[in-house]
Design a protein around this ligand. Structure first.
Ligand code: ADP
Length: 286
């Protein structure tokens, strides 16, 4: 049976580190402040934002929430993002995704790129994605860092490891593939149109799944002894929360595996806090 990678306790340790850094900043008279923007009333987004707020407050980071109705104008959103981005009292700015399509249309990256890259704690601006692609990390997407941390908790050196990344989204798959490549892993990115997914995964030392599809990764797709990282969060009709991995059947084959919930989720929040402190330091030349 695989080692279960306990994302919660790994995250706890990281959050303690962040809280200590914030105390240090406060001792020098500083104040770390973070702004989240939530558009519309998607219940899942409201829960995510509330979790971020709680985590910030526990770490001593001031959290300010700005909400806009789903009926707001595109310009109200861009004005707000620009104002927060220019406010020297605010060190991190996050736009909670998804933004209702009636507000944002196909202009999401235009809006995201209004965020000062030094405040871009989700790592989604062209500048931060470009730095990552160039091998020089700026602020890196929180989930990607969570994945790397989870892997390194059981396999510290990724040099030469064969990784299959399932999913190529801007927020998860792509930055994760780049971050692991920067750690000298050999990364294959698979997606919806990949043929014979199992052929790729069966040769992988490490499989990261972020596809939003329950039970996508099954036991026969996994090499015995592989490390399995499940980024998926899916709500089943019966209310259960599951990942993208058929955990029950894959776990006995794997060397290590992340659970859902309690795996990558808590690590993502911990790295958001780390990014906020990193953003504060960038802006204060520390
Ligand atoms: P997230 O933001 O969690 O990464 P998205 O829905 O934006 O989720 O992206 C899902 C990604 O997963 C896409 O890149 C898509 O191509 C990939 N994907 C979805 N279903 C499959 C599948 N059956 N096989 C391989 N990749 C898939």
């Amino acid at each position: 049976m695989a080692q279960i990678i306990d994302g919660k306790s790994l995250a706890m340790a990281l959050r303690d580190e962040v809280a200590a850094s914030v105390l240090e900043i406060q001792a020098r008279g500083g104040r770390v402040r973070f702004a989240a923007v939530l558009v519309g009333d998607n219940p899942a987004s409201q829960i995510y934002v509330r979790n971020k707020q709680r985590a910030c407050e526990k770490a001593g980071i001031d959290f300010v929430l700005y909400t806009l109705p789903a009926t707001c104008q595109y310009k109200e959103l861009t004005d707000l993002i620009q104002r927060l981005s220019a406010d020297s009292q605010i060190h991190g700015v996050l736009l909670q995704l998804p933004v209702p399509p009636e507000v944002i249309g196909n202009r999401l990256s235009e809006v995201l790129n209004l965020i000062d890259p030094r405040k871009d704690v989700d790592g989604l601006t062209i500048t931060n994605l470009g730095l990552l692609a160039g091998g020089n990390n700026g602020l890196v997407a929180c989930t990607a860092q969570g994945v790397l941390h989870a892997v390194q908790s059981v396999c510290p050196d990724l040099t030469g490891k064969k990784v299959v990344m399932i999913g190529r989204s801007q927020i998860v798959g792509r930055p994760t593939a780049l971050l692991l490549t920067n750690q000298n892993a050999t990364v294959t990115v698979c997606h919806r149109l990949t043929q014979n997914l199992g052929e790729h995964t069966r040769t992988a030392d490490i499989i990261v799944v972020a596809a939003g599809s329950p039970q996508l990764l099954t036991a026969e797709m996994v090499k015995p002894g592989a490390i399995i990282i499940d980024v998926g969060i899916n709500r089943l009709p019966d209310g259960r929360l599951v990942g993208d991995v058929d955990f029950e059947n894959v776990a006995p084959q794997a060397a290590a595996i992340t659970p859902v919930p309690g795996g990558i989720g808590p690590l993502t929040i911990a790295f958001l806090l780390k990014n906020i402190v990193a953003a504060y330091r960038l802006q204060n030349g520390l």
